[in-house]
Design a protein around this ligand. Structure first.
Ligand SMILES: [Zn+2]
Ligand SMILES: [Zn+2]
Ligand SMILES: [Zn+2]
Length: 752
C-alpha cells in the first residue's frame, strides 16, 4: 500500500473536477479525499501501486471537458488506512487564488435533455451542469459557491438538491443548478412592461417572424434580435440603434445553415462549435438569403451558433437572426433589467427577460481565422476571465489599457487577467463600467496592484484615472505596449523587430505615431523606422473625415491643379476644403502623424470609396474588402535609410491618381495599395534586420486586423530567415494593449 499527495492547478474549480477525481478513485480502488484549495484541487489517494499508477495516468488524460490543467505535483505521504474516498468541503475563503471559469455554451448532454419530452428539464431555458452554463456572468465573489452567485436567491428543490449533493451526478456542485420548479424563468413583455400571455418561446418566435425587434436577455447581457432575412426589420433596427452601416452579427440555428450562408474551413467550424461560441468572421456565399442591410456591401459576415439554452429554443435549424448587442452605438451592452428597459425601449418592440441577475456583463467575443488558427478580434464572453499564462512571474500590476476598445489587465504571478471588452471610454456609462470592472477583478482574483501602467496619451481617460489611484504609476508608449503584448503571448524577452501599425498612439516626441518599426524588448525600445510624418488636417476631425487626408495629399502633389484632375475624389470634396488645407499648412490644429491607419484613410478617400466614416476603422475595412480577390501591382514608394529610416508613400499616391485618371477601378487600386504597403513593410524589416541582426519579427496594432495585409507580408517573408509572430489570444487592436503594458511594467518592478 502507498499514499500520494497530489495538487492540481489551473481551471479545476466549478468544472466537475472533484466528481471526476471521485469516480477515478473508485475505478482504481483507492481511498482518501479531494478538496478545492487556494490554488486549485488537492487530494490524497491510497492503494496498491498499479491502482495509483492508473489513477495518475487517467488524471492527466481524461480531464473533464472544461478543465484546463496547469501543473500536477505528486508527493509521497504516510499510509492512513482510510476506509473510503470522500469529497471534502473547501475551507471558506481558501479559494481566493483559484480561477473563475468563463461562461460555457450548453453541452451535448444538456441539449439532449432540453429536447427530451420526458426529462424534467424539457425546454427549460436555464438547464446547465458542471460541464456547461453561466460562470463569470453570475459570480459576485469567490470562492465559486452558489451563495456568491446571482443564483443565491433561488433555493433548490429536493430533486435539484439531490443532484447537487451526489458526487457521481453530472450536476454535483453545479452552482447554477436549477429546474422549472425552483429556478429562474423567462417572461415576455411589451414596451410598457405588460406581461404577454402564452408560451414565451412560441410567442417570441411569432413576433420575430412578423418583423418585430425583441430585446433578449441572455448570458452576459441583452441582445437585440430580429429576423435577418427581413429587410424591413433590419432597416428599422439600424435606424433605431443609430447604426448606419456597421455590420450586424447573426446567429444561425444550425451549422448546416451557416454552411449555406458562408464558406467554412475546419478551423472556422471548430471555433464556431467550441465551448466559447464566439462570433466568427466568415466569407459570405452569394445566396441572396440575408437582408442586404445585415452587412451592407460586405463580403464577410459575423456568425455565431446558439450558446445559451434559450437560443436553442428560440432558433430552429434554418433560422437566421440578427443578434446584435443591446445598446445604442458607443454605449456598453445593457445587462441590468431596469437599465435595459430604459435604454432599449426606443429600439425594441418587446422584451424577453428573465429573473436571474447578470453580475458581470460579457459581450460576444469576435474571432477570425488566420493561417488556420484563431485570431482574436474581441476577447470577452467565453474567454474572460481565463488568465493568459505568462512565461514570467510578475509582481501585481494593473494596466489601464487605451481609450478605444478598452480592456484592462491585472497580473498575479504567471497569470495575466485581461478584463472583458469595455468599449470606448469617452462614453460616460462605459467609463463607469470600466472603473467598476477593475474593482471587481481586483476582488475576484485577490490582486492588490503595486504599480499602475498607463498609456502616455495625456488625454486618455484611462491615463487620467491611473493618476487618481494613489499608487505608483508608469507611462508606457502605445506601440511598445502593442509589441510587448505579442511578446507576452509567446514568452519572448530578447530584442525583436516590432512592426506596429495602427490608427493613433501617442509618441514620445508628442506626435501621433502609428506606422512604427521598433527594436524592442520588455525593458525599452528604439524607433528604427517609421512612416513619414504628415499633418492630420483638423486633428480628430480628420479621423472621422478621411477626405481631409486625401485633400492634403492632393494639395501636396498637385497644388492648384487639384480641382482639374477630373477624378471622383476631388468632386466629393466639400466646397471649403481649401480653407481646411490652408489652416493645416499653417499648422493650425494639424498634429503630425505617422499612422498607417491614416494612410488607409487617404487611399480610401482618394479612390472614392469613403469620405466620411461612421465607425472606427471603417475606411480601412472597406479598402480591405474592395481589394478582396483582386491582384494589384506594386506602386512606387521611397525608403530613406538612416536612423530612423523613413517610408514615404507620396509616390504611391501620385501613381494612384494617375491610374484613376486612366480609368483604373477602385478594387484594383485598393489591391495595389495593400501590395505596396506590404512590400514597404517587408523592405523596412529587412533593412532593420541587416543593421541589427535581429531575426524575430512581431506584428501588432489595429491595422493588423486586416489579414489581407498580414497574409501578404507573411508570403513575402516566406524565404527570409525570420521568425514571425502574430497575436492569437488577444486582439492586435487596442483590446490587447493592456497585456503589453502589464508585462513592461512588471519587468520594471523586477520579475523572474
Ligand atoms: Zn451541461
Ligand atoms: Zn429544482
Ligand atoms: Zn493602438
Amino acid at each position: 500500500m502507498k499514499r500520494l499527495g497530489i495538487t492540481v492547478s489551473g481551471i479545476v474549480q466549478g468544472v466537475g473536477f472533484r466528481p471526476f477525481v471521485y469516480n477515478l478513485a473508485h475505478r482504481y480502488n483507492l481511498s482518501g479525499w479531494v478538496l478545492n484549495n487556494s490554488s486549485g484541487v488537492e487530494m490524497e489517494v491510497e492503494g496498491y501501486q498499479a491502482g495509483l499508477d492508473g489513477f495518475v495516468l487517467a488524471l492527466r488524460q481524461e480531464v473533464p471537458p472544461l478543465a484546463v490543467i496547469g501543473e500536477i505535483s505528486l508527493t509521497s505521504r504516510p499510509v492512513m488506512k482510510d476506509s473510503q474516498f470522500v469529497i471534502r468541503y473547501s475551507v471558506s475563503g481558501a479559494a481566493k487564488a483559484a480561477l473563475v471559469s468563463p461562461d460555457v455554451a450548453i453541452c451535448p448532454d444538456c441539449r439532449q435533455e432540453l429536447g427530451n419530452g420526458t426529462d424534467r428539464r424539457y425546454q427549460y431555458p436555464f438547464i446547465n451542469c458542471t460541464n456547461c452554463g453561466p460562470r463569470y456572468s453570475i459570480i459576485q465573489d469567490v470562492p465559486y459557491d452558489r451563495a456568491n452567485t446571482t443564483m443565491a436567491g433561488f433555493i433548490m428543490c429536493e430533486a435539484c438538491q439531490q443532484e447537487y449533493d451526489k458526487p457521481t451526478d453530472r450536476r454535483f456542485h453545479a452552482q447554477p443548478n436549477a429546474c422549472p420548479v425552483c429556478g429562474p424563468a423567462y417572461h415576455l413583455l411589451d414596451r410598457q412592461g405588460n406581461v404577454l400571455c402564452g408560451d414565451v418561446v412560441t410567442e417570441t418566435r411569432r413576433l420575430v417572424s412578423e418583423g418585430k425587434i425583441v430585446a433578449v436577455k441572455g448570458i452576459g447581457g441583452y441582445h437585440l434580435a430580429c429576423d435577418a432575412c427581413n429587410e424591413r426589420a433590419v432597416q428599422v433596427l439600424r435606424q433605431r440603434k443609430i447604426r448606419e452601416d456597421k455590420p450586424f452579427a447573426v446567429m444561425a440555428g444550425s451549422l448546416e445553415t451557416v454552411r449555406m450562408l458562408c464558406e467554412l474551413s475546419p478551423a472556422e467550424e471548430q471555433l464556431l462549435t467550441g465551448p466559447a461560441r464566439p462570433i466568427v468572421l466568415l466569407n459570405k456565399k452569394q445566396t441572396g438569403q440575408l437582408a442586404s442591410g445585415v452587412a451592407p456591401g460586405n463580403p464577410q459576415l459575423g456568425v455565431m451558433l446558439p450558446y445559451a439554452p434559450v437560443h436553442w429554443l428560440l432558433l430552429t435549424g434554418q433560422d437566421i437572426w440578427v443578434m446584435t448587442s443591446g445598446n445604442t452605438s458607443d454605449e456598453p451592452i445593457a445587462y441590468d433589467d431596469a437599465d435595459a428597459f430604459e435604454r432599449l425601449a426606443a429600439i425594441a418592440d418587446y422584451f424577453l427577460v428573465h429573473n436571474r441577475p447578470i453580475a458581470n456583463r460579457a459581450d460576444d467575443s469576435v474571432v477570425r481565422v488566420f493561417q488556420n488558427e484563431s485570431y482574436m478580434l474581441r476577447r470577452s464572453r467565453g474567454y474572460v476571465p481565463s488568465p493568459l499564462e505568462l512565461h514570467w512571474n510578475l509582481p501585481p500590476v494593473l494596466a489601464m489599457g487605451g481609450e478605444l476598445k478598452n480592456t484592462f489587465c491585472l497580473t498575479r504571478g504567471k497569470q495575466a487577467f485581461l478584463g472583458p471588452h469595455i468599449g470606448d471610454l469617452e462614453n460616460m456609462a462605459t467609463f463607469a463600467y470600466y472603473k467598476q470592472a477593475i474593482n471587481h477583478f481586483k476582488q475576484l482574483f485577490a490582486v492588490e496592484p503595486q504599480l499602475v501602467a498607463y498609456d502616455l496619451h495625456p488625454e486618455y481617460l484611462s491615463t487620467k484615472y491611473a493618476q487618481q489611484l494613489s499608487l505608483p504609476t508608469v507611462g508606457i508608449q502605445h506601440h511598445h505596449a502593442h509589441v510587448a503584448a505579442v511578446m507576452a503571448e509567446y514568452g519572448l524577452n530578447e530584442p525583436v523587430i516590432g512592426v506596429a501599425f495602427d490608427g493613433t498612439g501617442y509618441g514620445t516626441d508628442g506626435n501621433l505615431w502609428g506606422g512604427e518599426f521598433l527594436v524592442a524588448d520588455l525593458e525599452g525600445f528604439s524607433r528604427l523606422g517609421h512612416c513619414q510624418y504628415i499633418p492630420l488636417p483638423g486633428g480628430a476631425k480628420a479621423i472621422t473625415e478621411p477626405w481631409r487626408m486625401a485633400a492634403w495629399m492632393l494639395q501636396e502633389l498637385y497644388g492648384k491643379q487639384t480641382a482639374e484632375l477630373g477624378i471622383a475624389c476631388t468632386e466629393q470634396l466639400p466646397v471649403n476644403w481649401q480653407l481646411a488645407m490652408q489652416a493645416a499648412a499653417k499648422g493650425l490644429n494639424s498634429p503630425f502623424t505617422s499612422s498607417v491607419g491614416r494612410l488607409f484613410d487617404t487611399a480610401a478617400a482618394l479612390i472614392g470609396l469613403r469620405q466620411t466614416i461612421h465607425y472606427e476603422g471603417q475606411a480601412a475595412i472597406e479598402l480591405e474588402l474592395a481589394a478582396a480577390g483582386i491582384s494589384g501591382e506594386l506602386l512606387p514608394y521611397h525608403l530613406s535609410s538612416g536612423t530612423p529610416a523613413i517610408l514615404d508613400f507620396t509616390p504611391a499616391f501620385a501613381a494612384m491618381v494617375q491610374s484613376l485618371r486612366h480609368g483604373a477601378s477602385s478594387g484594383y487600386l485598393a489591391a495595389c495599395f495593400h501590395l505596396t504597403l506590404a512590400d514597404a513593410a517587408v523592405s523596412m524589416v529587412r533593412y532593420i534586420s541587416q543593421q541589427t541582426a535581429i531575426r524575430k519579427i512581431v506584428f501588432s496594432g489595429g491595422v493588423f486586423q486586416n489579414t489581407t495585409l498580414l497574409s501578404q507580408i507573411f508570403r513575402m517573408l516566406e524565404k527570409d530567415p525570420f521568425l514571425l509572430y502574430v497575436h492569437r489570444h488577444v486582439p492586435a487592436n487596442d483590446g490587447g494593449l493592456a497585456l503589453g503594458q502589464a508585462v513592461i511594467a512588471g519587468k520594471k518592478l523586477g520579475c523572474c
